[in-house]
Design a protein. Structure first.
Length: 178
């Protein structure tokens, strides 16, 4: 089986089960927690990928880390992945679940690039404006880039608004060259 298909198939099965049990949001949180723990404990992924460690031991470790912190469905999902020797794909499955969740809920991703971090009031008003324009829930990803000099670049899916000073200077430069 193609390794790219494994996370998709498992994530689809998990989202279907979560939907049936009415725990879509909670399982999303579980998947985010899994990704954060793997990010902060890279040895966990090494353990899951190790052919020397038994499946029982891998499941025992996952259960010890997550029991009482995640939905029973999530623990069952971990068990299924380990029993089918797919535990190394858990991060991909988690990312795919989150992606499918956002798609199902109509959440759009917006990226905001500024020269300096924005304050909470500005972020909130910008989010409100974007939600109104796109008529959907928005997840804002922020980053800073000193080369922008000032202003911002906002991208929502395939639409981009470049209101940066460096962008304005580039436009002016192109007009002067012509």
């Amino acid at each position: 089986m193609n390794q790219g298909k494994i996370p998709v198939r498992y994530a689809k099965a998990l989202i279907s089960g979560a939907e049936e049990q009415g725990v879509l949001n909670k399982v999303r949180t579980d998947m985010e927690n899994l990704l954060n723990i793997i990010k902060n404990l890279p040895d966990l992924l090494k353990l899951l990928a190790s052919p020397i460690v038994s499946s029982a031991k891998k499941l025992e470790v996952l259960t010890a880390i997550f029991k009482g912190r995640v939905q029973p469905l999530t623990i069952s999902f971990f068990r299924l992945a380990v029993e089918n020797n797919r535990e190394v794909h858990l991060p991909g499955m988690a990312r795919m679940y989150i992606e499918l969740y956002k798609k199902a809920k109509g959440v759009r991703i917006a990226t905001l690039k500024t020269s300096t971090p924005v304050d909470k009031a500005t972020r909130d008003s910008l989010l409100q404006m974007i939600r109104k324009v796109f008529k959907s829930e928005i997840e804002l990803i922020e980053s800073t880039d000193k080369e922008l000099i000032g202003g911002f670049i906002l991208q929502v899916e395939d639409q981009q608004l470049d209101a940066s000073i460096s962008g304005q200077l580039n436009k002016l430069r192109r007009k002067l060259i012509v």
